[in-house]
Design a binder for this molecule. Structure first.
Ligand code: APR
Length: 234
């Protein structure tokens, strides 16, 4: 039997039950910080110490967090389908849960990158990237994060994967940040949309079948994967 191709677009909501803050909503990260001060190239130029401190604090929380039942359910789904995670998250919870195919759109908080070449990335030992650290080629290191206003290098690959999907899962994202949110409109005709979120973001299904699951991911996904194992649909 042909294995379904399932692309899973995840956002901060899938890590919420691991104790990591989402960005928008009552206690969202952007309630406590101004994006212009911590998540843009200008912020890095103007006050790199504040930016570094922001990501060092988030990195500590990411290291302390554990994958939750939603991350684990997506690993189990690999027994029954070809699963490709496309995540907006910079935490490494999908990796630590054991997912095999993960594409990060917005970078990885456990890595740094050369300030001169974003494709040159390096693992960060421990939880702190110190100011002034340089890479083996001598350029200053910065967090491996795609800041607002910067290009999303993996977007082309994400679109190619989505165009070939039988299912597109949209889990824990408000779909308010582009170009990531555009993936929903790259699906082929007939591709099944499955949205898992306690408060559903606005999506135009454009004639594609859509299943809405108004529930927390760690609650809904294990049962959905068990159902798929038996019926090869959600
Ligand atoms: N299970 C599933 N979804 C949840 C849960 C949960 N337990 N808790 C919250 N959510 C949902 C919220 O309802 C919301 O729709 O997760 C979504 C989180 O939305 P955002 O906070 O906007 O996060 P995200 O969509 O990932 O943000 C995208 O914005 O700031 C940038 O680069 C940052 O990657 C991030 C991007």
């Amino acid at each position: 039997m042909k294995r379904n191709k399932i692309v899973v677009l995840t956002g901060a909501g899938i890590s919420a039950e691991s104790g990591l803050q989402t960005f928008r909503g009552e206690d969202g990260l952007w309630e406590g910080y101004r994006i212009e001060e911590v998540a843009t190239p200008e912020a890095w130029r103007n006050d790199p110490i504040r930016v570094q401190r922001f990501y060092n604090e988030r990195r500590k929380k990411c290291i302390e967090a554990q994958p939750n039942a939603a991350h684990r359910a997506l690993v189990q789904l690999e027994e029954y389908a070809d699963v490709q995670i496309v995540t907006q998250n910079i935490d490494d919870l999908h990796e630590r849960a054991g997912s095999s195919n993960i594409l990060h759109l917005h970078g990885e908080i456990r890595k740094s990158q050369s300030s001169l070449d974003s494709t040159m990335t390096f693992p960060i030992e421990g939880d702190e990237l110190k100011m002034g650290e340089t890479c083996t080629f001598g350029s200053q290191l910065r967090p491996n994060v795609v800041w607002f206003g910067e290009p999303v290098p993996n977007m082309g690959r994400a679109i190619r994967l989505t165009k070939d999907a039988d299912f597109l899962f949209v889990i824990g994202t408000s779909l308010q940040v582009y170009p990531a949110a555009n993936l929903v409109y790259e699906i082929p005709r007939g591709c099944n949309l499955v949205v898992v979120d306690p408060s559903i973001p606005h999506i135009e299904p454009n004639g594609n079948p859509i299943k809405i699951v108004k529930e927390k991911a760690a609650i809904a996904l294990p049962a959905m994967v068990s159902h798929f194992a038996k019926h090869h649909t959600f």
